[in-house]
Design a protein around this ligand. Structure first.
Ligand SMILES: *[C@@H]1O[C@H](CO)[C@@H](O)[C@H](O)[C@H]1NC(C)=O
Ligand SMILES: *[C@@H]1O[C@H](CO)[C@@H](O)[C@H](O)[C@H]1NC(C)=O
Ligand SMILES: *[C@@H]1O[C@H](CO)[C@@H](O)[C@H](O)[C@H]1NC(C)=O
Ligand SMILES: *[C@@H]1O[C@H](CO)[C@@H](O)[C@H](O)[C@H]1NC(C)=O
Ligand SMILES: *[C@@H]1O[C@H](CO)[C@@H](O)[C@H](O)[C@H]1NC(C)=O
Ligand SMILES: *[C@@H]1O[C@H](CO)[C@@H](O)[C@H](O)[C@H]1NC(C)=O
Ligand SMILES: *[C@@H]1O[C@H](CO)[C@@H](O)[C@H](O)[C@H]1NC(C)=O
Ligand SMILES: *[C@@H]1O[C@H](CO)[C@@H](O)[C@H](O)[C@H]1NC(C)=O
Ligand SMILES: *[C@@H]1O[C@H](CO)[C@@H](O)[C@H](O)[C@H]1NC(C)=O
Ligand SMILES: *[C@@H]1O[C@H](CO)[C@@H](O)[C@H](O)[C@H]1NC(C)=O
Ligand SMILES: *[C@@H]1O[C@H](CO)[C@@H](O)[C@H](O)[C@H]1NC(C)=O
Ligand SMILES: *[C@@H]1O[C@H](CO)[C@@H](O)[C@H](O)[C@H]1NC(C)=O
Length: 472
């Protein structure tokens, strides 16, 4: 056994000396990028289930929103349910998010959606502080198809008789929550409106729109926010397109009057290449920019964490959003199944005492969320697999480095611009490491941190600085 271990070690050493390349990285605080406001998640299906699970919901909420016990997410997208025709049964488990207005002549039912609401307020108690409300579909009775999962043949589904009713509905919900002590900073009337993904009898709420209708709805929602005295605190976010290039297209087809009501552009990042263009457009239009949705299939090994990290890096470095939001942090995965859903945590939505299976990707995401905190300044690093953030208040420098290669790599990180007094490092890897605190064995010599990064790993460095200033 010992002999085997030694042979193994020797093999590993020889292997490393052959394949190691030295990667040099320079961290430049004099080139600041975006000031970050947080990591987030959308509530919807998982919250619609977990809010009704008193035995496990606190534990689940700790894992997602509490900084000490879990990811510490602080940005929340709350789903204003439309509500489907009660005679329909085609939604995924958790997908039938209740609406507040069951029919045209009904009055608002504010006891509706108690589960998702419980999660919303429990997240707030745990530190969540940025809230967006968004809609996947108008109530079914406002739609052309009479179904809140979409139109026949993926068609435009908001009935033109209900444009005002829809704007009134969304803003009435925002107004009611404000009266309950929760202010939505943004209200998003659309979700992936151009993708043509939403169909009659589909498995979740969805609604397609053509551009001219989005233009009308944006103005109407803006006018209703004004009329109800909500627009000082709540602006419109739009358009939550599936793909970055689609988001650019939709923004270009909206008129300036509609744009004047928009405070924030939201894009999903399931595809598209024009990240820098969208950053530029948002800047020109003076809109805050969010990467408001991405979800990735889970895996038993580091594959999902590496892909998630590469997605975060690509977005944070090129799109430069101020918030980055994972789709469903918890997903339905009965029998401990891992690989068929997008959850960072797997659970059984049909079991109110379900166990919570933290996947490796939970830790992969935690490598970012627990360290790069709201208010941190993202700064430049000349390496596509490194994200750097600086906080003058707490005198902290954070580096998250991803080795996506299937071999280990020597990193030489130039941190000479910073006056470092101490640091800790954490790693998630295939080698049974789940945000493990690493022994403090690396010295910084001449401003260079030398680090042997294992294959398929993510490492976070948390540096305490002696002084908040850096070399100019
Ligand atoms: C990497 O750096 C080490 C230590 O500085 C050096 O011995 C080695 O030759 C370098 N390897 C390459 C491929 O440059
Ligand atoms: C309001 O919603 C609650 C929760 O779904 C439901 O139990 C109740 O029957 C609804 N009230 C009306 C008047 O529809
Ligand atoms: C909105 O802000 C303006 C300017 O500060 C103020 O005059 C107005 O009263 C505010 N409206 C509401 C509804 O709070
Ligand atoms: C974005 O704007 C910058 C500064 O104006 C410009 O240098 C750059 O070429 C633009 N990039 C794209 C992709 O439009
Ligand atoms: C994950 O496992 C798959 C299948 O076993 C393998 O092909 C892949 O290389 C692994 N990836 C990582 C990052 O460990
Ligand atoms: C990660 O991305 C690679 C490259 O796109 C892909 O082949 C792999 O299947 C992805 N892993 C998972 C778990 O989806
Ligand atoms: C529900 O989950 C708990 C905790 O994992 C487990 O003990 C119980 O057997 C599960 N119940 C069912 C019906 O699967
Ligand atoms: C780093 O990313 C930029 C922007 O996407 C790209 O142009 C460049 O080629 C990448 N560099 C490497 C070494 O992959
Ligand atoms: C580290 O960066 C500083 C500042 O740019 C530079 O003066 C120094 O030469 C770099 N060190 C190495 C070893 O490249
Ligand atoms: C770094 O901080 C120490 C302690 O405050 C100070 O003595 C030293 O001069 C500083 N070095 C630089 C380069 O600022
Ligand atoms: C991972 O760690 C756990 C707990 O320390 C141990 O039981 C398990 O055997 C380890 N797995 C591997 C692949 O090293
Ligand atoms: C780091 O420096 C300390 C004191 O300067 C020394 O005791 C230790 O051996 C060094 N560690 C490594 C890995 O070089």
């Amino acid at each position: 056994m010992e002999g085997f271990k030694i042979r193994l070690l020797l093999t590993v050493c020889i292997f490393l000396s052959i394949v190691n390349a030295n990667r040099t990285v320079f961290i430049n605080p004099n080139n600041p990028w975006q000031v970050f406001e947080g990591w987030g998640t959308s509530l919807c299906w998982w919250a619609n289930m977990f809010g009704g699970f008193p035995d496990v919901r606190d534990k689940a909420l700790d894992l997602v929103f509490d900084l000490n016990k879990g990811l510490g997410l602080n940005v929340i997208r709350y789903n204003i349910g439309g509500g489907d025709d009660p005679s329909h049964h085609h939604m995924r488990i958790g997908g039938n998010v209740p609406g507040f207005l069951p029919c045209k002549t009904c009055s608002y039912n504010w006891t509706s959606d108690a589960n998702q609401r419980w999660v919303l307020f429990a997240a707030k108690e745990r530190g969540a502080d940025i809230f967006e409300a968004f809609s996947n579909s108008p109530p079914y009775w406002m739609t052309n198809s009479g179904c809140s999962s979409g139109g026949h043949l993926f068609s435009n589904n908001l009935n033109s008789n209900y444009y005002d009713a829809y704007a009134d509905y969304l803003t009435e919900v925002v107004k009611w929550y404000k009266e309950q002590g929760l202010t939505f900073r943004t209200l998003e009337p659309f979700n992936e409106p151009t993708e043509r993904y939403w169909k009659y009898f589909g498995y979740q709420e969805g609604c397609s729109y053509i551009c001219s209708v989005m233009n009308i709805i944006t103005k109407k929602v803006g006018e209703y926010l004004n009329k109800k005295g909500l627009s000082n605190e709540t602006s419109i976010s739009a358009f939550d397109e599936h793909i970055i290039d689609e988001e650019i297209y939709t923004e270009s087809c909206i008129d300036n009057d509609a744009k004047s009501y928009i405070g924030q552009y939201n894009t999903h990042a399931y595809g598209g290449t024009q990240r820098m263009q969208l950053f530029n457009i948002s800047k020109q239009d003076n809109k805050r920019l969010w990467m408001s949705e991405l979800g990735l299939y889970s895996s038993k090994n580091m594959s999902t964490s590496i892909n998630l990290s590469e997605a975060i890096l690509n977005d944070m470095r090129n799109l430069k959003p101020v918030a980055w939001i994972y789709w469903q942090v918890i997903e339905h995965a009965p029998n401990g199944n891992d690989g068929n859903d997008w959850g960072l945590i797997g659970a059984d939505f049909s079991n109110s005492t379900t166990s919570l299976d933290k996947r490796l990707s939970f830790y992969g995401f935690a490598q970012y969320t627990k360290f790069i905190r709201p208010g941190y300044q993202i700064i430049s690093s000349n390496d596509n697999d490194t994200l750097a953030a600086f906080d003058a208040n707490s005198k902290t420098l954070v580096l998250v480095c991803t080795n996506k290669k299937h071999i280990s790599d020597v990193w030489k990180i130039n941190v000479s611009m910073f006056n470092i007094s101490s640091f800790t490092a954490f790693r998630t890897s295939n080698n049974n490491e789940t945000l493990n605190l690493l022994p403090n064995i690396w010295n910084i010599t001449g401003g260079i941190l030398t680090y042997l990064s294992p294959a398929n790993s993510i490492t976070t460095w948390n540096f305490s600085l002696a002084i908040a200033n850096f070399t100019q």
